[in-house]
Ligand binder design. Structure first.
Ligand code: GRF
Length: 206
């Protein structure tokens, strides 16, 4: 049986990318495999991770295009050529335009290091500490045209201890992300995710 094909978009460290690649190779991603990394930063650690894992990379420099739409159109061509079924953002530090969002509506997800709708945007972990909340976490959501505003697919919480720092909390959130994201990708690969009027339902196994 042919597998379920995903592309990961990332700009930085790539720990979520690595987890998804490893889970795919180990057969624990519901039959999904990472087929492509899309990255806007040639020097990012995630590029080396992809090369080491033998995953093709679509690397681009945003400044050399006339518009965001122009580089996204090129990305869409790549995704279509590889028959990508799900686009997975994992630390991709750019807002998407309607070129990507419309084309991949319902097949485009992101992971964010807070319990949305609290603390969208950048520095979510710092925002949570500054606010003084006692619980935060990670959210996987569909991507729409806004900043972290799409329908929520899954969340996992983490308690904030009095001595927590941005670094210690980031570490804890990363570790729950690395459990949560593969689980959600498997749901997609198994055809179990339904989106209806902003409400997401995960169907039970048949
Ligand atoms: C993660 O914390 C994710 O929630 C956020 O960016 C971070 C990416 O980390 N969107 P990594 O590059 O996967 O290590």
């Amino acid at each position: 049986m042919s597998h379920y094909r995903i592309a990961v978009f990332a700009s930085g460290e790539g720990s979520n990318f690595q987890t998804l690649v490893d889970a795919g190779k180990a057969g624990s991603l519901g039959g999904a495999q990472v087929e492509l990394l899309v990255c806007d930063k040639p020097e990012a650690r995630v590029v080396k991770r992809a090369r080491d894992a033998g995953i093709p990379v679509h690397l681009f420099t945003p400044k050399s295009y006339p518009s965001r739409e122009a580089y996204e159109a090129e990305i869409v061509e790549q995704l279509e050529a590889l028959n990508i079924e799900l686009v997975v953002l994992a630390g991709y530090m750019r807002l998407l335009t309607s070129v990507m969002v419309d084309k991949y509506a319902g097949r485009l997800i992101n992971i964010h290091p807070s319990l949305l709708p609290s603390f969208p945007g950048t520095n979510a972990i710092q925002q949570a500490l500054d606010y003084g909340v006692k619980v935060t976490g990670a959210t996987v959501h569909f991507v729409d045209g806004g900043m972290d505003t799409g329908s929520i697919i899954a969340q996992q919480s983490v308690e904030i201890m009095p001595e927590a720092s941005v670094d210690s909390l980031a570490k804890e959130i990363h570790s729950i992300e690395q459990e949560l994201y593969p689980r959600v990708v498997s749901w997609f690969a198994e055809g179990r995710v339904r989106l209806n009027d902003r409400q997401v339902t995960i169907l039970p196994y048949k």
